[in-house]
Design a protein around this ligand. Structure first.
Ligand SMILES: Nc1ncnc2c1ncn2[C@@H]1O[C@H](COP(=O)(O)OP(=O)(O)O)[C@@H](O)[C@H]1O
Ligand SMILES: [Mg+2]
Length: 230
């Protein structure tokens, strides 16, 4: 089942000779249960792609369709409702609230949205990410890697149907990076959701069902695992 579709989507920044075509005309589809990697060098358009997919950035032209809703046709209020309900962002700039403890970052989500993880699921998530001891701490007291793992917990806690992760393992050591990919893979398979991970770390692609390459704003399918064993 197609969860996410991009039709002839383009993104251009600036104008005149300052113009940058960050995303060339792109058609893309993602299904339920898929873990997808987007790899490519810095400046190739990966973050642009991810923020357009999640409705944080509007394309210059084309359509972004999430679970049948065409984001381009909606007003911002409706778009933010879909973001809240359907999408878990793990962005490069950490989305943690500076004056809330780790535990309260998550509790805050209970006030704006139903259907979040149960207490038991949350305990498992804390354990999987190795952040159980951090729940009374504030973001400023955490290391970069710890902040990254808390940001991952925050994105997964709301049980989104689509998880969009921009370099989610950038500040983690190799072992932690593999654990996080394992976690994202399990979440995607067990809950039949869709996860897109942007990375320039090719060691992580082994966890993914499909691998796309982003080069100068052009997205191309590089690799697709056989679906026979799924
Ligand atoms: N807000 C912006 N204004 C102008 N140019 C931008 C903006 N965001 C990204 N770009 C440009 O678009 C291109 C792709 O950027 P980006 O999507 O951030 O790449 P990546 O995430 O792969 O490093 C780069 O040339 C970048 O400078
Ligand atoms: Mg980027």
């Amino acid at each position: 089942m197609v969860v996410l579709e991009l039709k002839q989507v383009k993104k251009t920044f600036g104008s005149g000779h300052m113009q940058v075509e960050a995303m060339k005309e792109t058609n893309f589809q993602a299904d339920r249960g898929e873990l997808i990697a987007i790899i490519g060098p810095s400046g190739s358009g990966k973050s642009t792609f991810l923020t357009i997919v999640g409705g944080l950035l509007s394309p210059t032209s084309g359509d972004v369709i999430i679970n049948g809703n065409n984001l381009t046709e909606l007003i911002e209020k409706q778009r933010s409702k879909i973001r809240l309900k359907e999408i878990g962002f793990i962005l490069q700039a950490s989305n943690l609230v500076p004056f809330l403890t780790v535990a309260n970052q998550l509790k805050l989500l209970d006030q704006v949205k139903k259907g979040n993880m149960t207490k038991k699921e949350l305990e498992e998530l804390y354990e999987d990410l190795g952040i159980g001891d951090l729940r009374t701490k504030y973001p400023a007291d955490l290391s970069g890697g710890e902040r990254q793992r808390v940001a991952i917990a925050k994105a997964l806690y709301s049980n989104p149907s689509i998880i969009l992760a921009d370099e989610p393992t950038a500040s983690l050591d190799s072992d932690r990076a593999y654990e996080v990919m394992e976690l994202l893979k399990n979440e995607t398979k067990n809950k039949n959701t869709t996860t897109i991970v942007v990375t320039h770390d090719i060691r992580l692609v082994g966890y993914c069902d499909k691998v796309y390459n982003m080069t100068d704003g052009m997205l191309t399918l590089q690799d697709e695992k056989s679906k026979v064993n799924q």
